[in-house]
Write a protein that binds this ligand. Sequence first.
Ligand SMILES: Nc1ncnc2c1ncn2[C@@H]1O[C@H](COP(=O)(O)OP(=O)(O)OP(=O)(O)O)[C@@H](O)[C@H]1O
Length: 450
Amino acid sequence: MSSKFAIKVEQLSKCYHLYDKPQDRLKQMLLSRAKTYYREFWALRNVSFEIAPGETVGIIGRNGSGKSSLLQMICGTLSPTSGTVTTHGRVAALLELGAGFNTEFTGRENVLLNAAILGIPQEQMLGRMDEILAFSELGDFLDQPVKTYSSGMYARLAFSIAIHVDPEILIVDEALAVGDARFVAKCMRRIKDIQKTGASILFVSHDVSSVRTLCDRAIWLDKGRMLEQGDVFPVTGRYMEMMFQDDDAATNEDEKVQAVASISMSGVDLPGIRESLHSAEEVALDSRPTTHWGSHKGLILSASVLDTNGTRRDVHEWGSELDVKISLRIPANISREHLSIAVSIKDLKGSDLIVSTTHDFAAMRLPDAEQFEVSFKLTNPLVTGKYLLVAAVENRLHRDIHYYEYIEGAHYFSSLADQRFFGLFQPPIAQEVVVPTVSARQEVLAAWSK
Ligand SMILES: Nc1ncnc2c1ncn2[C@@H]1O[C@H](COP(=O)(O)OP(=O)(O)OP(=O)(O)O)[C@@H](O)[C@H]1O
């Protein structure tokens, strides 16, 4: 692909016509061009972006923010109200379930139909049929009409086709979420293989962690408009922050109002805490946390990865002792009963590598004192690389964790190992080589032969 972009979307908009009654649609078609029987609903408004060849971009946004409409317009299965889409390269799409299938045809016939639409010669596709069959795990169902498939089978067929047509542009809608975890993992592996071939990938998911794992960049849609685009980590971080605020507003409004009211009654000026302590003691929080949210921001005074001397360091040696220390000031009116302090060490893509919470230790009740510190001590298992610390204050009363405060990127630091490790992280491992004695070998053989 020699062009500068794989996908270019310019001022793209989509307006749906909404009818209150089915008759109105008929009236609009038959009776009047002068009168409108519908309401306009703009699912997408003036969205513009470019995807470079070889780039993987995640599209995130709440339900109904216009993600599927955007993808369908890029694939050409939905026409825009205004604006243009230009693509360079063969587009394989994994859209909402079933899009692009003829449900009366068998799976095998649909493979050939899709290949024909993409201009792939039939012989070439027939040559790959065994591979497609194996990947899809459809067995005899490949020769049954697609209308008899479960949604999981549908997704498996669609995915198998999409990855066997050598796409230069792969478009994946949430369809991956359908099917068991093993198949989803298998799909993710294949998407990564396709990434390595230099294809451009547009990936829509509600799951921020898979967007972070896979994508370089993220585009955030909200109510049909592009709210942000940029590096995947900060954009998804702010998206999570907004989702948290939404959830919080929806589910914990009473608790929040009550807590905030009682905090101000106790005379604690939340925004002022950090500033006031700044002068009094060494407060350590990176000035550029990626994300910072919660119903009670300001409880975490500092969060640092310290060495054995209690010094906050930005570089830690592999195998050295670490003390992840969180200093807190938590007003007495926040109940200690379900209170939990959590830390996570993430890589720069945002994947949790190590997570620990005081809730993990059933017996640990946090002190009633307003100000206290929690230490998480460990031997540094992190291979050479850059990492960030997440610190959180949680209420674990319900299954869904309520966050009083969540700081992602409270301390950015590196780990340095003087040897090369091949895993994501490397705890110290004791190795032992044992050569069994003759009698032990005979015992094993005797046990096998029973
Ligand atoms: N054919 C249609 N006619 C009318 N409204 C539609 C149509 N298709 C989508 N919409 C509306 O357009 C908005 C955007 O829908 P779209 O499916 O593109 O969003 P989405 O971000 O993909 O949502 P989700 O995450 O739930 O799949 C929604 O409010 C939806 O109800």
